[in-house]
Design a binder for this molecule. Structure first.
Ligand code: MF3
Ligand code: CO
Length: 250
């Protein structure tokens, strides 16, 4: 069942989204060679709580941290630990927070220093562009298939692949609500988009195969061929005035 949000809900979701955006900016500045993924978790947890919000990931289905940090061939859901960040690493950071009863959820990828090669650099650019193509397609009167198709077309036009096994989602009082928001699809198909729909669009894009595996820790998702993977996510609100990005800094 897809719940449409009121304008009061929308205002609260702006607050949650702002927290996530601010803390992700801080994490971006914290990523440096020599920093461990656990250092990022400590910063994330502290900065979320400093804003009177609560980390949503912690304890979610047993997930043990406040942030996901996924490096190189890790796609999503990397658990922070003792791993040290190195120059040239592709680091993906995913963060969720609840404020005033509503969730914000967003992610970005970045290189530590220079990208290792041109294809890696292109992966990052294309994945972020694909997210914005999906956001652009999130319009009242359109369909969910338009969103997935916009993402998929852009990614595949550049010879990259879209992960199928994990998808975006509705978001609101809970992190994961209906509908599922795949990063692939057919224009004109799927749920009719209405004003008040809040969704997290989150393309996960690989240089090689779209196939992924879940690690022995039960969480960390890696590309099956160990090619690089990037991830960008925003929480957005579909309204008559167009899509509003709730997790952007403004
Ligand atoms: N953005 C991710 C998602 O929507 C984050 C979830 S990580 C988890 O699935 F640990 F909370 F599961
Ligand atoms: Co999400």
């Amino acid at each position: 069942m897809v719940e449409l949000k009121s304008s009061r809900d929308r205002e609260k979701m702006r607050g949650a989204g702002r927290v996530v955006a601010e803390v992700l900016e801080i994490l971006r500045d914290t990523v440096k060679p020599g920093v461990t993924t656990r250092d990022l978790d400590v910063v994330a947890d502290r900065e979320i709580r400093h804003r009177e919000a609560i980390p949503v990931f912690k304890g979610y289905q047993g997930y043990p941290a406040s942030v996901c940090v996924s490096i190189n061939d890790q796609v999503v859901h990397g658990i922070p630990g003792t791993r040290v960040i190195h120059p040239g690493d592709l680091v993906s950071i995913d963060l969720g927070a609840v404020l005033d009863g509503f969730v914000g959820d967003a992610a970005f990828s970045m290189f530590v220093g220079n990208p290792p090669n041109d294809r890696a650099k292109e992966l990052l650019q294309v994945t972020e562009e694909a997210l914005y193509k999906g956001i652009e397609a999130s319009r009242v009167g359109g369909h969910l298939g338009d969103v997935g198709a916009a993402v998929q077309q852009h990614v595949e036009a550049h010879g990259f692949s879209v992960v199928r096994d994990f998808v975006g989602h509705g978001v609101g009082r809970k992190m994961h609500e209906d509908p599922q928001v795949p990063n692939y699809g057919t224009p004109g198909r799927g749920l009719l988009l209405k004003s008040g729909l809040a969704i997290a669009i989150e393309p996960m894009v690989n240089v090689g195969t779209h196939q992924v595996d879940v690690g022995a820790d039960g969480w960390t998702v890696t590309t099956r061929d160990h090619s690089l993977s990037a991830h960008f996510e925003h929480t957005i609100f579909v309204s008559e005035d167009g899509p509003e990005i709730l997790t952007a800094l403004r």
